[in-house]
Design a binder for this molecule. Structure first.
Ligand SMILES: C[S@@+](CC[C@H](N)C(=O)[O-])C[C@H]1O[C@@H](n2cnc3c(N)ncnc32)[C@H](O)[C@@H]1O
Length: 232
């Protein structure tokens, strides 16, 4: 399978701790055919990267449901007459009982479902809610060299675990994109990981391991691997 590679440099800017998620949201939306959609559900909507990317791409819709379990994130999500904000946890499967079968034209989830506790159960529950599905999952190859350097496991699903779950629920097309983000120092990388919300696994590193990492991480960049999925 062909793997797309993208390179960026970390810049000290506003919104800097989610540069990769923003790129991911734009790419995911680029797979959606232009047109007018009735209702769209965005799982783990965050600060509205998907909503903004849809507007930017001139994809029109009557109603957009922003679903997130963080009140703070929903607060900073754009507001509009056609946006409904729902504060719920996608790990609680009964959260989805408020929706009807085929209620949505599009179900989108970008950079969020790597946090699902039981991916197969969520996918099985959400599949009937929409006609088309678009997902972007960060995989465990994200921060791979960093994890290897200090000998820790990624807290998020592997590519294999994600495709195994998808295979049971969807017919789909997928693309894998590797991103790398350059930094001036390992210290800045660790700060980025902590704030990015992607799933670093570095939160509980001992002082000794942290010191080892700062001195021995061999790359000038952080690695990210994202699996893009479109149901067919
Ligand atoms: C990395 S952010 C991505 C946000 C946005 N989709 C984007 O592309 O920029 C992940 C989002 O998923 C939300 N999230 C994580 N676990 C969740 C859960 N169990 N239920 C609902 N939302 C969740 C977080 O609050 C956060 O806003």
């Amino acid at each position: 399978m062909e793997i797309v590679k993208e390179f960026s440099r970390f810049a000290h800017e506003y919104n800097k701790y989610n540069v990769i998620q923003k790129e991911v949201a734009k790419r995911l939306v680029s797979y959606i055919p232009k047109g007018l959609y009735h209702k769209i559900l965005d799982l783990g909507s965050g600060d509205g990267a998907i909503y903004k990317a849809l507007n930017y791409s001139n994809i029109e819709f009557d109603k957009f449901v922003a679903f997130d379990f963080s009140k703070e994130m929903l607060k900073i999500h754009p507001e509009n007459d056609n946006i409904e904000k729902i504060c719920m946890d996608f790990n609680q499967l009964n959260s989805f009982s408020i929706f009807k079968k085929d209620e949505f034209d599009l179900l989108i989830s970008s950079s969020a479902l790597q946090w699902s506790r039981d991916l197969l159960s969520i996918l099985t529950t959400i599949a009937p809610l929409a006609k088309e599905h678009y997902f972007a999952f960060f995989t465990s190859n994200t921060f791979k060299t960093l994890h290897q350097t200090v000998n820790i496991d990624s807290p998020i699903y592997s590519r294999d675990e994600i495709t195994k779950a998808l295979d049971k629920v969807f017919s789909y097309e997928m693309e894998i994109v590797e991103y790398s983000l350059d930094f001036n120092s390992v210290y800045e990388m660790l700060k980025y990981i902590k704030r990015s919300g992607v799933g670093g696994g570095t939160e509980h590193l001992s002082y000794k391991k942290m010191k080892y990492l700062l001195e021995n991480y061999p790359l000038k960049y952080l690695e990210f691997e994202v699996l893009f999925v479109k149901s067919i």
